[in-house]
Design a protein around this ligand. Structure first.
Ligand SMILES: Cc1cc2nc3c(=O)[nH]c(=O)nc-3n(C[C@H](O)[C@H](O)[C@H](O)COP(=O)(O)OP(=O)(O)OC[C@H]3O[C@@H](n4cnc5c(N)ncnc54)[C@H](O)[C@@H]3O)c2cc1C
Length: 408
């Protein structure tokens, strides 16, 4: 058995972008093997709840690299290969087929899996969860025959799916446990904006409701903890994700809310790294550990790892970032609002053009920007990274430019 110079375990977004970066940095043919339980080459996941779900994007359109590209660069992508055992002493992975893969350097990029509802009926045929291209296809196929849908969960996946389904002329009810949408991230005013927007586009929102049970096969009943019953043709649940770490429980790696890595994305085992949704890394900007389940983190960490193993050993220094598209709205969010002491709004919260700035002791820690001048998009990550002091009064003053808000 030959030993691969690099193995990426997990053929998702990290793998697609890490491979691209390695190839761009002169990696030799035959040096990289990507091992993936998936049936498909690495693809972008965000379109699965947006353009791919609506039918606008194709599979080829969301692939990160084409099959020819992997061939040309001598990268072996082993699809439908589930790794069942990891032996870090022997530096060996074993697949369910019995095949073994030896490595010099390993990148663990096993991502996260969608959490399931914790109620009777959570596995019924017309109850869907969304993580993979096949999940998105199944939801799309069922939507084509549906008149009424229930979406459970008020985070970004639930909000995106509800927006796609209602635009397919499906009567859509969004059920959330909290008292407002995406309360973990949005301020009350932001939740209010989105709730009004969703209602104006025809989504019925039920708040502070738990799911008691799901019943029925073709036609379904969603029984709510408050006693109400909603009938529908399909249910889509977006109730969070959990990092895929079980393989590493007995390997000696530290596993705690993901695989624990240092600022170089390396575990306590030299030459074994983790990146993307599965990695718990020390955020050098906010001085705390975090695990990020977002596109930009997967892309940036995949690229960063490639640079490290090609000889540029720099700490991962990155402002957390997230984007979403719902209806005709596109927004972006940077940073971490935990511990913020005040928020400042620019623009108009009754229109769809506004930004929210979270400050902690006069320094910007997080920003949400939707349909705003480019200078706001540029300033947000720069100011968070540089820990720029800001005058909240000037920032709130619509007649002043953004630069004037940054104190000298
Ligand atoms: C529906 C959806 C919409 C999203 N929308 C947005 C968005 O709008 N904005 C945003 O910022 N982020 C979004 N995200 C998040 C973003 O897509 C993820 O953060 C990103 O995919 C994480 O990449 P990853 O490589 O860490 O994991 P993944 O892309 O999940 O890849 C993990 C891979 O590991 C493989 N694997 C796992 N275990 C094994 C094993 N034992 N053996 C072999 N292979 C294995 C899996 O099959 C998979 O190929 C969205 C995610 C989803 C699911």
């Amino acid at each position: 058995m030959s030993t691969s110079k690099y193995i990426i375990l997990g053929g998702g977004m990290v793998a697609g972008y890490a491979a691209k970066e390695l190839a761009g940095r002169g990696m030799g043919s035959g040096e990289l093997v990507i091992i993936s339980a998936d049936d498909h080459l690495p693809y972008e996941r965000p379109p699965l709840s947006k353009g791919f779900l609506s039918g606008k994007d194709t599979e080829a359109g969301i692939s990160i690299n084409s099959s020819e590209w992997y061939r040309e660069h001598g990268i072996d992508v082993r699809l439908q290969t589930l790794i069942e055992d990891v032996d870090l002493n022997k530096r060996r992975l074993r697949a369910s087929s019995g095949e073994s893969f030896d490595f010099e350097t390993l990148l663990v990029a096993t991502g996260a899996r969608a959490r399931k509802l914790d109620c009777p009926g959570s596995d019924l045929p017309n109850v869907f969860y969304l993580r993979s291209i096949d999940d998105s296809r199944k939801i799309r196929a069922r939507a084509a025959d549906s008149k009424q849908a229930v979406v459970i969960g008020g985070g970004f996946i639930g909000m995106e799916v509800a927006s796609v389904l209602v635009q397919k002329k499906i009567e859509t009810t969004l059920i959330i446990r909290e008292d407002r949408v995406w309360s973990r991230v949005f301020t009350p005013a932001m939740s209010e904006f989105f709730e009004r927007y969703y209602s104006s586009r025809g989504v019925r929102l039920l708040k502070k409701e738990g799911i008691a049970s799901l019943q029925g096969r073709s036609r379904m009943d969603v029984l709510l903890s408050g006693g109400r019953k909603i009938s529908c043709d399909m249910v889509v649940a977006g109730v969070g994700a959990a990092p895929v770490t079980s393989l590493f429980a007995k390997t000696g790696l530290a596993v705690e809310n993901g695989i624990v890595v240092n600022e170089y994305l390396e575990t306590r085992e030299t030459g074994v790294f983790a990146a993307g949704d599965v990695a718990n890394y020390p955020d050098q900007i906010f001085n705390k550990r975090r695990r990020v389940e977002h596109w930009d983190n997967a892309v940036s960490q995949g690229q960063h790892w490639a640079n490290i193993v090609r000889g540029e050993r720099q700490p991962f220094l990155h402002v957390p970032y997230f984007f979403s598209d719902v209806f005709d709205l596109s927004y972006e969010l940077w940073g971490d609002a935990e511990g913020a002491t005040q928020t400042v709004a620019r623009g108009d919260l009754s229109s769809s053009s506004f930004s929210i700035w979270w400050l902690k002791e006069d320094r910007l820690v997080s920003a949400f920007v939707m349909n705003r001048p480019d200078e706001e998009r540029q300033a947000a990550p720069e100011w968070i990274k540089s820990k720029q002091t800001i005058s909240p009064k000037r920032l709130a003053d619509q007649n002043r430019t953004l630069k004037e808000a940054a104190q000298a």
